[in-house]
Design a protein around this ligand. Structure first.
Ligand SMILES: NC(=O)c1ccc[n+]([C@@H]2O[C@H](COP(=O)([O-])OP(=O)(O)OC[C@H]3O[C@@H](n4cnc5c(N)ncnc54)[C@H](OP(=O)(O)O)[C@@H]3O)[C@@H](O)[C@H]2O)c1
Length: 306
């Protein structure tokens, strides 16, 4: 019998919550979710009964929590395999650099490193050809005009060790450094998808970077000023309809669910795709195999340490 367990992070709000709704619409599917505060995930919990939806504690900004979550997922599977994994959780910090208890910059760890370590741990528990999708973003690419309009200037990969500390461009203004760290965490996700696809054995899990487009109104702006949060939720959703590269949570989650169910890009790996379900070019930097290898070595080292 084929596996029916999907694993999603960041399913308490935004695109992740909508994605959970789509996946659970198939009565045969079951969902495992990692959430910082499972007890507060009321909207998610309301989607299905506990026999189909399990919410386990996960703080991606903590390696201890990430390792404990991986162990709990494996115990929950009880020998079954995961049908898919959506590494979707993410945050944007526009204030000063914050280091986690593990000593890494928080955006890097929560958006990228935590997920990368989870992938290492869960690889043996993924079904053959299971899609592993990492939520990416056009902000990684300096050539994307819509991202530049919001102040992003692309990911700045300055070597895995420096990126992990958030040490990208210390001369830039604090807000710019925050935007750079976010864009860089997404560049890391895409570099990693390509690296994992090159490392993977034939018939193993497949790796896809999914760009959901601009989806104003989600919780992503929660660390912005009150005015920016208001505009993000009340003005931008209407304006975005006319913007290139803009989507909605519903449209992007529909596309995401098709990828996870293997109905889009069946057999595809090492891909960067967008919410229209088209393969999309990622930045020139993301194609640097030396950077991909640097990042993969970094992840393997961190995963081994835990
Ligand atoms: N909105 C856009 O325009 C846009 C565009 C491109 C890419 N994306 C990406 O889409 C993904 C989802 O974002 P969204 O827009 O839907 O925003 P959102 O509504 O804020 O959702 C973010 C999710 O990530 C979770 N999360 C954040 N930090 C976490 C941590 N340390 N550990 C575990 N979970 C954590 C949040 O959980 P809590 O409930 O605990 O806060 C929430 O469920 C992100 O990767 C984001 O970068 C968004």
């Amino acid at each position: 019998m084929s596996s029916s367990h999907h694993l999603v992070t960041g399913a308490t709000s935004g695109i992740g919550l909508e994605l959970a709704t789509h996946l659970l619409a198939d009565p045969a599917s079951r969902l495992v979710v990692g959430a910082r505060r499972p007890e507060a995930a009321a909207a998610l919990r309301a989607l299905a009964s506990p026999d189909r939806l399990v919410i386990l504690p996960l703080d991606l900004a903590s390696l201890a929590s990430t390792a404990a979550f991986a162990g709990a997922v494996v115990r929950h599977l009880a020998g079954d395999k995961l049908a898919s994994f959506a590494a979707n959780a993410g945050l944007q910090i526009t204030g000063p650099c914050r280091l986690t208890a593990d000593g890494y910059e928080e955006t890097f760890q929560a958006n990228f490193l935590g997920h990368a370590v989870l992938i290492e741990r869960l690889l043996p528990h993924l079904a053959p050809a299971a899609p592993v999708a990492l939520t990416a973003s056009g902000t990684h690419d300096p050539a994307i005009r819509a991202a530049r309009m919001f102040g992003f200037r692309g990911g700045l990969f300055v070597g895995a060790d420096r990126v992990a500390k958030g040490d990208l461009d210390p001369a830039a203004a604090v807000t710019q450094q925050g935007l750079d760290r976010y864009a860089t965490s997404k560049l890391c996700a895409i570099l990693h998808v390509y690296a994992l696809a090159r490392r993977a054995a034939a018939g193993g899990p497949r790796f896809i970077a999914f760009d959901p487009g601009l989806m104003p109104g989600t919780g992503l702006a929660r660390e912005r000023s009150a005015l920016e949060r208001w505009a993000w939720s009340n003005v931008l959703p209407a304006l975005a309809r006319a913007m290139p590269g803009a989507s909605t949570v519903r449209q992007s989650a529909t596309a995401y669910a098709k990828i996870l169910a293997g109905r889009a890009f069946p057999g595809g790996t090492g891909l960067h795709v967008d919410f229209t379900l088209a393969e999309a070019p990622s930045s020139r930097d993301s194609r640097r195999e030396d950077w991909q290898d640097d990042l993969l070595r970094f992840v393997e080292r961190v995963a081994l340490e835990r």
